[in-house]
Design a protein around this ligand. Structure first.
Ligand code: PMV
Length: 333
């Protein structure tokens, strides 16, 4: 019989002694993948087909405060100060995550999450949200867990949340074990103070197909997906080298090609999956023109229409002139 999330959480929490406090607040950053997580070997536990590598966006992320509410019959969830309806998928996912810890400490919680990222900004708030929630739960019960164990627990909420447990460059190791105990993220030691990320919010229309469903459709129907693990393996090695020697050309070209390859696998799915909007294509063409004109700028995109730009501080003023409504993030600020 296949393992459930609760089975895995129970293994991690088996040796823990909880010493609950009343309330605990935690922050976790949003991350952008330079080599994407695309495809799962186990959908229930969010175990990936390939390693992925991301950069966290410093102060941009989620802040989650957890309060114990003794005597309450149900958990309460607030998002950006507003109560979240108990019928929503969001509420159910948060409660399912708390349930992983409930065998250790019974009782209900109030969860307040504030996303420091505007809705529709094209930044994955589920990654920072589940990482912050996991850290807050670990904190409110005073659990002595390693960062790797926290990353595993966050991963079970949302795959990319495994990487949002850390700042800076982060590699999520896919692992090979059926229980996923070796599938966690670890930070890379390098820092790159001149590295910049530009976030272009091109449209805030809600996407029709979530990443979970899009990933599964691609794995199930795209023959092109067969080449993806090889692409990811090559790109991870290139990215780690580019980061070690701070080579923006190698990092940018690898990240852009990786994103394009991921989107190619989506387009080769049936029914075809295209997250791009006309504005995305216009932005990509502008990036390619700027590069032809000699500017070192590269693009990446996730399961949505918005484009994120990768460049160094030396290109920042030219980039600000080219993209006037770009939000510039300094990941190692
Ligand atoms: O963690 P999820 O289920 O939201 O999937 C994220 C998938 C991508 O954003 C497209 C890639 C990635 O590595 O973040």
């Amino acid at each position: 019989m296949s393992l459930t999330r609760s089975d895995v959480a129970a293994k991690i929490l088996a040796d823990c002694v909880a010493e609950p406090v009343d309330t605990f607040e935690a922050f976790a950053p949003v991350n952008i993948a330079l080599c994407k997580y695309w495809g799962k070997r186990n959908a229930l536990l969010n175990l990936p087909v390939n390693d992925s590598l991301s950069v966290s966006l410093a102060k941009k992320g989620s802040t989650t405060r957890v309060h114990r509410i003794p005597g309450a019959q149900e958990d309460e969830v607030f998002l950006n100060g507003q109560p979240v309806d108990k019928d929503t998928g969001f509420y159910k996912k948060v409660v399912a995550h708390i349930d992983l810890f409930r065998p250790l400490v019974a009782g209900c919680l109030r969860v307040d999450t504030v996303n420091g990222v505007a809705t529709g900004a094209g930044l994955a708030s589920s990654a920072s949200g589940f990482a912050a929630l996991t850290r807050a739960l670990v904190g409110v019960y005073s659990l002595n867990l390693s960062n790797e164990q926290v990353s595993i627990l966050a991963r079970m909420g949302s795959g990319s949340a495994s990487r949002s447990v850390y700042e800076g460059f982060v590699r999520w190791h896919k692992g090979v074990r059926a229980d996923g105990m070796d599938s966690f993220a670890r930070p890379l030691p390098e820092i790159w103070p001149d590295f910049r990320i530009g976030v272009l919010t091109l449209t805030s229309d809600a996407k029709k197909t979530g990443s979970r469903e899009g990933m599964q459709r691609t794995v199930d129907s795209a023959i092109l997906y067969n080449s993806w693990p090889e692409q990811a393996e090559r790109d991870i090695a290139r990215l780690e080298h580019a980061i070690a020697v701070r080579d923006i050309t190698l990092l940018g070209s690898t990240a852009e090609q990786n994103a394009m390859a991921m989107h190619a696998t989506m387009l080769a799915s049936w029914p075809p999956l295209l997250y791009w909007q006309a504005e995305s294509v216009t932005a990509l063409q502008k990036v390619w023109q700027l590069r032809d004109d000699g500017l070192q700028v590269y693009a990446t995109m996730d399961a949505g229409p918005n484009v994120k730009l990768l460049f160094e501080a030396s290109a920042e003023s030219d980039m600000r002139s080219a993209f006037t409504d770009m939000d510039v993030i300094v990941p190692f600020g």
